[in-house]
Design a protein around this ligand. Structure first.
Ligand code: GAP
Length: 459
């Protein structure tokens, strides 16, 4: 396989309608992206897989969909107003803007083995032009806007930088309405916004993104065991959906780098084409958030165990995953290029071939229906099969080009099965089903087709 290059993956995403640059006709808007027809299906499938594993299949987790705009006191209580900042420096010559901590890390890596003492920011120059950098300023990452027609400080509200706070402020309402007993979790998927100084690497770091967060409330003292369980779950989620185990690893945050609310944080990292990077963070947030919201709102957010009479503020284990980042990791992991192609029989055999080896439950299109002729009776039979299968799954009908070309088009978008309606079909009532990864072909009676595909797709 040729080495995975981000450029080629980005190009496939645009060409085949997975992900487009945002506001493209106006020249784009700083690291925003739009999901195209196939991208929206893939992203929905990732979201649904997470929701199924975290909420649907567990009787100790319930879902929530809270508002993006929250009372501004939320962000005082959570610490975001004061502390959700990144250190920013500007180049005095070329005016480029950087995160000081990223520059320090890069410089330290360069100096490794050459210099013992820690790198001083004053020794760091602009990586773009070598110019002098400004002093560090702390820059708050929250987007501000105004509620109502008057733009004044009293009306300032923020676009939420994480979905988690919507869960904490609803803790009592969810617990009481759903009669949940600790340990239990509240999950939600939704947009979050961060005015990142250095967005980049395609959809990996953007200013508008979706998070899939779980806040799992436990009795203090049981938090460490629960943490281990969720840590293992993160790896199982990705490998269970076809992720290659070698491309995932854990990273334990050193104590001195922990966020203000965290007792322990472990990231699941993925080996992206540019290197290992955070995919999914699991934090032990202790009772920090519930206590702070209790103090700031004046409401009692403690929990009473009716059976034992114990009252406590629960600890929280938080596995927090970016939906866009997860979708990107699945795309990168599934992307496969075969030099010279996999087949030697088609006219396009010598071309490079791309196969997106997505897990069947994530694949945007589950099957493609390909008649070998545009004439009756093949055409009518193919349309009928399409009509039946589309009741259940997203399937595509494609009658244009050679069948080899049509297979390739489907391989490239990750369609697990192609169903060919051929010249024997009218006589024997069977179609040829071709599997994406092995290219193995099997004749299947049309009457059994839906059940056959359901068994092989597993969804
Ligand atoms: N509530 C905890 C929290 O938000 P985080 O580590 O800042 O923790 C959690 O974010 C996850 O959200 C990350 O692991 C990543 O998958 C995703 N994420 C964070 N910032 C992002 C960004 N700018 N663009 C895309 N995804 C992002």
């Amino acid at each position: 396989m040729a080495e995975k290059s981000m450029e080629r993956i980005v190009s496939l995403c645009k060409r085949r309608g997975f992900i487009f640059p945002g506001s493209d006709i106006y020249g784009g808007l700083g690291s925003t992206y739009d999901y195209g027809p196939l991208g929206v299906l893939l992203k929905n499938n990732v979201r649904n897989a997470w929701w199924k594993a975290v909420v649907q299949k567990r009787d100790d987790v319930v879902g929530l969909d809270s508002a993006i705009l929250m009372h501004p006191r939320t962000w005082e209580a959570s610490g975001h107003l004061q502390g959700f900042t990144d250190p920013l420096v500007d180049c005095k010559s070329c005016r480029k803007r950087f995160r000081a901590d990223h520059l320090l890390e890069a410089r330290s890596a360069e100096m490794k083995g050459l210099k013992e003492e820690p790198v001083d920011m004053r020794d760091v120059r602009c990586p773009a032009c070598g110019g002098e950098l400004t002093d560090i300023r702390q820059f708050n990452l929250m987007f501000k806007t105004f509620m109502g027609p008057v733009e004044e400080d009293a009306n300032t509200v923020y676009l939420r930088p994480e979905t988690a706070q919507g869960i904490f402020v609803n803790f009592n309402l969810v617990r009481e309405s759903s009669r949940m007993k600790v340990p239990f979790g509240i999950a939600q998927v939704g947009k979050a916004f961060r005015n990142e100084i250095t967005p980049g690497n395609f959809t990996f770091r953007t200013r508008e993104f979706e998070q899939m967060e779980l806040e799992y409330f436990v009795k203090p003292g049981t938090d460490e065991e629960s943490f281990e369980g969720w840590k293992a779950f993160m790896m199982e989620f990705f490998t269970g959906l076809g992720g290659k185990a070698d491309n995932f690893r854990y990273y334990e945050h050193p104590k001195e780098d922990l966020s203000h609310y965290s007792k322990r944080t472990v990231d699941l990292e993925y080996l992206f084409p540019w290197g290992w990077s955070e995919l999914w963070g699991c934090a032990n947030r202790t009772d920090f958030d519930l206590k702070r919201h209790g103090e700031f709102s004046g409401q009692d957010l403690s929990y009473l165990n009716q059976e034992t009479g114990e009252r406590y503020v629960p600890y929280v284990i938080e596995p927090s995953l970016g939906l866009d980042r997860a979708t990107l990791a699945f795309l990168v992991d599934a992307y496969d290029e075969i030099d010279g192609g996999r087949t030697t029989t088609t006219e396009s055999a010598k071309e490079e071939e791309t196969v997106l080896r997505l897990h069947p439950s994530l694949a945007p299109i589950k099957a493609a229906i390909l008649p070998l002729s545009k004439k009756e009776p093949l055409l009518g039979m193919a349309r009928e099969i399409y009509g039946k299968l589309s009741d259940r799954w997203f399937v595509q009908y494609d009658q244009s080009g050679s069948v080899g070309r049509r297979y390739r088009r489907q391989d490239e978008i990750g369609t697990p099965f192609c169903v060919t309606v051929d010249f024997e079909t009218p006589d024997d009532g069977k179609v040829t089903v071709r599997e994406r990864d092995t290219m193995a072909q099997e004749r299947v009676p049309i009457v059994d087709l839906e059940g056959y595909l359901a068994g092989r797709l597993g969804c």
